[in-house]
Design a protein around this ligand. Structure first.
Ligand SMILES: [Zn+2]
Length: 249
């Protein structure tokens, strides 16, 4: 099944029928304070064209139930959460200095995540570009994810790989990783520079990451935690686990 953008009706249907609060609760140890959506900047499939190229920050500290309601209403292209934990989420919203928030007093820490995307991989099928990807380099991203996880095991214990739609995210869930300073994150990036990562994410400037179990509407696939065996057998186009119902029916 082809990787293609989802339309508004498909997005809405996904959030109505498939988006599982139960799965999200089981993933998060602590509910994120901020959820952020992009309504359609990349695909230009959007309800209100005026909202293009803007991220919409949802009201801080909403429940997962409220989140689901919002996602059905908005039918967004992309759904993210903020990996930062703030002493005062409202103050963070007022300051709007999210890029450097991690080094401010209002920030208690940030979930460490490494972002591996095809745009940083040499794929034999196409040039390196933000909008170019194919099943081959998606699979390559995931294989890099496993190698990266093995390297990170020198430092950390609780590491999970999430298929993101075009590549993968390596989430480090140890408490000590959450507490790292930006300088320490930067030196970790340097130690791991053989991997095709976007250093801005793991350094801490980019605080957003795709929400597990949300729909990546660029490719019509579900953002999904995968174990090593699932990754080894992974077929980006035909894997049922990541395929929304609207493609399976
Ligand atoms: Zn490719």
């Amino acid at each position: 099944m082809e990787l293609r953008p989802s339309n508004l009706a498909e997005r809405k249907k996904f959030y109505e029928q498939e988006f599982s609060i139960k799965k999200i609760i089981s993933w998060f140890k602590e509910k994120p304070q901020f959820f952020v959506v992009d309504l359609g900047s990349e695909t230009h499939i959007i309800k209100d064209k005026k909202k293009m190229k803007k991220l919409l920050i949802l009201k801080p500290n909403i429940s997962f139930k409220e989140l689901k309601k919002k996602l059905i209403e908005l039918a967004p292209e992309d759904v993210y959460y903020d990996r930062n934990k703030y002493k005062d989420a409202n103050l963070a919203l007022k300051n709007m200095n999210f890029k450097n928030a991690l080094s401010t007093k209002n920030c208690l820490g940030q979930e460490l995540v490494f972002d591996i995307d095809p745009e940083n991989i040499n794929c034999p099928n196409h040039k390196k570009s933000l909008h170019k990807f194919c099943p081959y380099c998606i699979k390559m991203s995931l294989n890099y994810g496993i190698k990266m996880k093995n390297s990170l095991q020198k430092y950390f214990k609780n590491i999970k790989i999430i298929y993101s739609g075009r590549g993968c995210h390596v989430h480090v869930r140890d408490k000590k990783a959450f507490k790292l300073t930006m300088r320490q994150r930067n030196s970790l990036n340097k130690n791991l520079k053989k991997f095709p990562i976007d250093p801005w994410v793991s350094h801490g400037h980019i605080r957003l990451i795709r929400l597990p179990y949300s729909l990546n509407s660029l490719v019509s696939r579900i953002v999904m935690p995968l174990n090593d065996i699932e990754i080894k057998n992974f077929d980006p186009e035909n894997e049922k686990k990541i395929m929304p119902k609207f493609l399976r029916n």
